[in-house]
Design a protein around this ligand. Structure first.
Ligand code: IPE
Ligand code: IPE
Ligand code: MG
Length: 250
């Protein structure tokens, strides 16, 4: 098989079996427009967006996903009006508090990636509590990105790397995950979904998405359903991921 002739890293990737547990990352966009179109305040869209998260998390372990990373608040979202930011912080804290039990019962782990030093103290305490309480969850790892900027994580990793003789992607990737992310290792993204009709990354998991399959949905996040997620995963499984090599599909 041709991959035997490739250096280790590349051989592993080109042998990738899509039946293996995989990592889905979602840019949950469109809450504000969803609400505005209904004559509601934007914050009503964020509340509706939380309901979507609950629905999908229930369904997702059965779809073969082992890690789900959700973009909930970007470092650039601090630019929004204070009342929207404040409402989001309250909503996030309430979500984490209410979900802990459900996560434990379903053997799922919840952790948060991103900066914590600018978050309200009560939210940080809630994050620490839920991370501790769900740490042994094995069925699904849900990572919520809060005050997250991928460029900041890469920048910090570059500072940490300093001047080493032979920098490797693997080592640098670990530094990227350690920088402002709770985990020791941030898995590569297999499938990256963005709702809300925009086709951009908005500073989300740039390093980790180097070979991610991209899926864009016109639906606003509160309208994104289990069937949409299933459709994206079905297409993901059909895609021929070549990683720069040649097709494995006969
Ligand atoms: C995504 O929805 C949620 C956050 C960024 C917090 P938006 O709030 O960006 O919704 P739109 O894009 O304005 O519709
Ligand atoms: C990205 O959405 C961040 C989240 C979904 C949390 P934004 O709505 O902030 O992105 P832009 O401003 O449209 O690029
Ligand atoms: Mg948006």
């Amino acid at each position: 098989m041709f991959s035997l002739f490739l250096p280790g890293d590349f051989a592993m990737q080109s042998d990738c079996d899509y039946k293996e547990p995989f990592h889905v990352a979602i840019i949950m966009d469109g809450n504000g427009r969803w609400a505005t179109r209904r004559g509601l305040p934007r914050t009503a869209g964020h509340s509706a967006g939380v309901a979507t998260v609950r629905r999908l998390i229930e369904a997702i372990p059965a779809m073969g996903v082992s890690t789900l990373t959700l973009f909930a608040f970007s470092s650039d979202n601090w630019r929004r009006p204070a009342d929207e930011v404040g409402a989001l912080m309250v909503l996030l804290r309430t979500y984490l508090r209410s979900e802990a039990r459900r996560f434990i019962e379903n053997d799922m782990r919840l952790s948060v990636i991103g900066r914590r030093d600018r978050l309200p103290a009560g939210l940080v305490r809630q994050i620490e509590e839920v991370e501790h309480a769900t740490a042994s969850g094995r069925r699904l790892h849900v990572r919520v990105a809060l005050d997250y900027s991928s460029r900041d994580a890469i920048l910090q990793a570059a500072v940490q790397l300093g001047s080493v003789d032979k920098p490797s992607r693997e080592h640098f990737g670990k530094l990227v995950s350690k920088a402002r992310e709770g985990d020791a290792a941030s898995p590569e993204v297999d499938l990256l979904i963005r709702t809300g009709g925009e086709k951009r990354l908005s500073d989300f998991l740039l390093w980790e998405s180097a070979y991610a399959e991209l899926w864009f949905s016109e639906k606003m996040w509160p309208d994104f359903g289990t069937e949409d997620l299933q459709a994206s995963i079905a297409e993901f499984r059909r895609r021929d991921r070549r990683f720069g090599g040649l097709s494995n599909v006969a």
